[in-house]
Design a protein around this ligand. Structure first.
Ligand code: GDP
Length: 205
């Protein structure tokens, strides 16, 4: 399966602004600067789809993208399906007039508690920093809320082979989920097939 079309739909800050209809959703969440925008662009093979800020804490809205995926069922048959990719605000960093402080936007909790069409939430963990307390807080909150989770480990290209296995082991221990974490590099597109496969399984079985 692969994504064949992606386009920006809308941005919201509260539940009554979420798009109507019954299109199913896959959400992406992570600490600011974890590499979420880069991963969305890589996954959709679309350079400017999500804004790569370089400026942590910038995206403060929930952004919806219309996605069309295609899967070859046999040599002559294919299946196409539509879904929303939901880009949630990054957490853990906010520049305020009192300096920098930790932030878990209320939009995130509101979205998770109100979204009836959320099929999977991809929680992004920076491969170099698997033990950030704020990620554990986020994970625990999501598990408590009963959200189906996929851990995606970002910036894989920055890790040595040794770091890869050590940090993956740590991540499996800290953030247990039904399916193993997916190692992703947005630079090299490592993990793209696996993540598209996982999304496909969740959406169409
Ligand atoms: P966001 O704040 O989570 O949306 O993070 P961005 O996608 O804006 O990325 C933050 C920084 O990490 C940027 O400087 C990116 O170029 C860099 N980055 C993101 N993903 C990768 C990756 O897979 N490999 C490498 N080497 N750098 C990455």
């Amino acid at each position: 399966p692969r994504i064949i079309a992606a386009k920006y739909n809308t941005s919201c800050v509260k539940a009554d602004q979420y798009p109507e209809g019954d299109t199913v959703e896959i959400a992406f969440l992570g600490r600011s600067n974890v590499g979420k925008s880069s991963l969305i662009n890589s996954l959709c093979n679309y350079r400017g789809l999500a804004l790569v800020s370089g400026q942590p804490g910038k995206t403060k809205t929930i952004n919806y993208f219309d996605i069309e995926s295609k899967e070859d069922i046999s040599e002559t048959e294919e299946r196409r399906y539509n879904w929303f990719l939901v880009d949630l605000p990054g957490y853990g960093f906010a520049k305020t007039n009192k300096g920098n402080r930790n932030l878990w936007s209320s939009f995130i909790a509101d979205y998770i508690l109100h979204s009836e069409r959320l099929m999977l939430l991809c929680l992004l963990i920076d491969g170099r920093h698997p033990e950030m307390p704020i990620d554990k807080v986020a994970y625990d909150w999501l598990v408590e809320a009963g959200v189906p989770l996929q851990i995606v480990v970002t910036k894989a290209d920055k890790l040595t082979a040794k770091e890869k296995s050590a940090n993956l082991a740590k991540i499996k221990e800290m953030y247990p989920t039904d399916t193993p974490p997916i190692l992703y590099s947005s630079l090299k597109h490592t993990g793209r097939e696996l993540l598209q496969q996982r999304i496909n399984t969740v959406l169409v079985g």
